[in-house]
Design a protein around this ligand. Structure first.
Ligand code: SAM
Length: 287
């Protein structure tokens, strides 16, 4: 029976160990066994899988991962939590806690060291919300080894990551992530199931990495730069945003080439069109 993810257990540990909860590390501990079960179900992990966790905290999710996965590699920045975490997980031997900032980790090196006996590599985490975007974009750009990501984050960010064209949530982040993976919002999580409770609601999303991206930018760096430029000021037309870098004549020619109206806004265009634009620029633009 999992024991960590409930409010009595977490409160007791906080009191016993005099834990000072660090807001600057986004520490909100999940204390709901149903939410934890749902995260595990949707992750579809088995004993054949290596799971990476970011921010194990007091171990509510780590405990569940140790039960379901072959091995768990968990990165925790807060060294004060580590002895308590290890004590909470003392009945397991299929995990390793690495006391590092996830943003500084050489993830491929660690994966190579631990992947040998495992079939798939997945990431399952209740993320520190203050660095959700750099974590995801960083990992997606650094490694193709992690095939599935199931992550809890602030609901607003979840909506952006899963945003579709012509909706208010669709932006450069949607396009950056959907370039590499399918994205799916799984379910909403109330702020009331955390200690302490954050001042935003949360959601769990799932990303499944493409083996081969369906639309491929010849120059990926240019694609990532281009989507940021295209959405730099949301209320402006695409031409206005792009003219910070490209001559208007060139942009008009490009829009014309793809039969797209001149007053289009970035949020009306799908991923394929953004990739087409980037490839057009790569082939036709001379700086
Ligand atoms: N997984 C636990 C749970 O669900 O109860 C804790 C989740 S809490 C939202 C985020 C965790 O990430 C905290 O334990 C925090 O210390 C850790 N953290 C914050 N910044 C980090 C970083 N840069 N690298 C690794 N861990 C980090």
């Amino acid at each position: 029976m999992p024991k960590i993810g409930n409010s009595n257990f977490v409160n007791q540990k906080i009191n016993e160990n005099n834990i000072y909860i660090k807001k600057k590390f986004g520490q909100n501990f999940l204390v709901d066994q149903n939410v934890l079960s749902e995260i595990i179900n949707k992750s579809e992990i088995t004993k054949e899988d290596l799971v990476i966790e970011i921010g194990p905290g007091l171990g509510s999710l780590t405990e569940r991962l140790c039960i379901s996965a072959g091995f768990v590699l968990a990165y925790e920045i807060d060294s004060d939590l580590i002895p308590i975490l290890k004590d909470n997980l003392k009945e397991f031997d299929n995990y390793l806690i690495i006391n590092k900032d996830i943003l500084d980790v050489d993830i491929n090196k660690d994966i190579n060291e631990y992947k040998k006996n495992y079939k798939n590599i997945y990431l399952v985490a209740n993320l520190p919300y203050y660095i959700t975007t750099p974590i995801i974009l960083g990992l997606l750009s650094k490694t193709k080894e992690i095939k599935r990501y199931v992550m809890m984050m602030q609901e607003e960010v979840a909506d952006r990551i899963c945003g579709k064209p012509k909706t208010k949530d669709y932006n450069a982040l949607s396009l950056a992530i959907q370039y590499r993976a399918t994205s799916q919002k799984l379910f909403k999580v109330s702020r009331n199931v955390f200690i302490p409770s954050p001042n935003v609601d949360s959601a769990v999303i799932r990303l499944d990495l493409y083996d081969e991206e369906p639309y491929k930018a010849i120059d990926e760096e240019l694609y990532f730069e281009f989507i940021r430029l295209a959405f730099s000021q949301r209320r402006k037309t695409l031409i206005n945003n792009l003219s910070n870098k490209y001559e208007k004549q060139f942009i008009l020619k490009m829009l014309n080439n793809f039969n797209i109206k001149e007053n289009i806004r970035a949020e009306e265009l799908d991923l394929k069109t953004f990739v087409d634009f980037t490839n057009y620029i790569k082939e036709n633009y001379n700086e």
